[in-house]
Design a protein around this ligand. Sequence first.
Ligand SMILES: [Mg+2]
Ligand SMILES: [Zn+2]
Length: 185
Amino acid sequence: MKLIILDRDGVINHDSPDFIKSPAEWIPIPGSLEAIARLNQAGYRVIIASNQSGIARELFDMQTLNAIHQKMHNAAQQVGADIDAVFFCPHAAIDNCDCRKPKAGMFEEISKRFKVSLKGVPTVGDSLRDLQAGFISGCLPNLVLTGKGEKTHETGGLPPGTQVFPDLAAMVTSLLKSSARPQPN
Ligand SMILES: [Mg+2]
Ligand SMILES: [Zn+2]
């Protein structure tokens, strides 16, 4: 089974410093859903791992988060893309939970749910904490420059081996090219 783990805000949809608090505010980055469709066609199951502290901050409730994800699934379906599962952390930093990235809790849950090791599984994020959570879980970190990505790139301190791409579409193009190449044994 081939998995890929994506952050949501700033990777699939445009991010906002004021949080994505309603379905109307969830707007896909051009090419991101089509990139997910290409992943699906190449046999990847696409999983989201997303910090959603807006829940803990009471900026939106679970019903609204579900409605946002329904909009996302519908938009994905329209271009033939399938997002297999959405894992999210509803907590704030002060809650000191195990699931909020840069901690690895959501990645561990994904590993359990799909009964696979995450070693070598690509992960894509626009924030350092996305890449850190993936890296400590054995994933291969990929930074995109959409969302907070430019700022993350400037700040530096990325996990070893992090690859940098303009956006998810470019990352996926590169991934599918490299996996099409014969692998050395
Ligand atoms: Mg993000
Ligand atoms: Zn949490």
